[in-house]
Ligand binder design. Sequence first.
Ligand code: CAO
Length: 431
Amino acid sequence: MRLQEIKVPDIGGDTEVSVVEVLIAVGDQVDKEQSLVSLESDKAVIEVPSPLAGTVVQINVSVEDKVSENSPLVVLETAAVTSDKPVASDNLNSIEPNYDEKSGYSSQTPRPASKAHNALQATVITRSDNTNHAGPSVRKYARELGVDITLIAGTGRKGRIVRSDVQTYVNQVVAGSGNQATTAGELNLIPWPKPDYSQYGEIERKALSRIKKISGANLHRNWVRIPHVTNHDETDITDLESLRLELNSENLDAGIKITLLVFLVKACAAALKQYPNFNASLDGDELVLKQYFNIGFAADTPQGLVVPVIRNVDKKGIVDIAREMASLSGLAREGKLKPEHMQGGCFSISSLGGIGGTYFTPIINAPEVSILGVCRATLKPTWNAETLQFAPRLILPLSLSWDHRVIDGAEAGRFLAHLKTLLEDFRRISL
Ligand code: CAO
């Protein structure tokens, strides 16, 4: 048995190339020429094939790592001293990774750069391709599952289709008619307009961020597949604002800031308890009714929109929620949220209150069935039937989008009315 270290081959002078996909796991048996990882530079996507057959005993890279020529990729255990030559340069799907023998093994075997580079030219998927971006192994995987790859939205860097996109697509199709894929073909849409913008003036092209591409694909799917309806209403939060200011002054020394959003999170959890259909997800012909109350909140970050989730809101106090929200918002802004911070949500809130506006129509965050949009509270003259006078009251505009497959209009009206009651008199939360 020998250990052989496979390194990044000559990648045409590119440095700091991103690992976009790791195609093997420790313990996998790999064949010669089987793709190990996908790398992506500004110009191209490259699959690095194994020059040898063997068992993967170590993987030195993960997705989003930056690598350059000779960075260690994986260690393979091979059956014996191999006289395998790296893959031939006339194989159009291959390039030549460097490899070393390890621990009692020989030193590095440098590959002729020009040869590797020539093969590389044949391997790249260039940005000018008209087809969806996907590596050979992902295409093969899609073929094996009988999936037409052109129907899949890529969530990898630069819209690239990765293995998990194929899995997600298959899961959605299998999940039933409620979740079936919709294509431009089925919608019978005319082609997207593609004018030459530069003929009207100067332009600049900027790649979408990774988060924008992922959120864009999700929002598009949700917008197309969910029959959205949005109810708008307003609620008087004058008393709630007094409570908020009072709690903030009490917690000044602890450095905790309680924003309106914290109260909204708590109130929404209470309203979900009262209206279980809002705390549900559609699964074919069934509703999955959740017995937990996890609320996501949309956070605007330099990289794009993310939705961290506060779990078990019903069991947490206002100060705890404020603390958790501050921590999650901080992680979001720094781009350090982990997948588990954004999973398990039951309902989402999108607040533009710190920015402005009156009403908007938030897009439901599938597989949730409803989302609350909140805009800026303003002082409004409000008629007081007891004093028979107008009084300045702080009025908060609310917009509730709901999935009409799951929720009826009357139920949505009642949910929003209940939420209003809670926000107008926050003591009712505990009832
Ligand atoms: N009405 C009036 N004022 C409001 C308000 C509202 N509804 N909501 C917040 N404010 C005030 C806050 O009290 C704070 O005022 P001070 O600075 O004077 O204390 C200010 O606006 C800024 O609040 P904030 O944004 O820091 O805090 P937040 O809890 O309201 O929001 C977060 C946190 C992470 C949600 C927010 O920073 C954010 O990212 N908002 C954008 C969300 C978004 O993009 N939604 C759209 C998604 S769809 O594309």
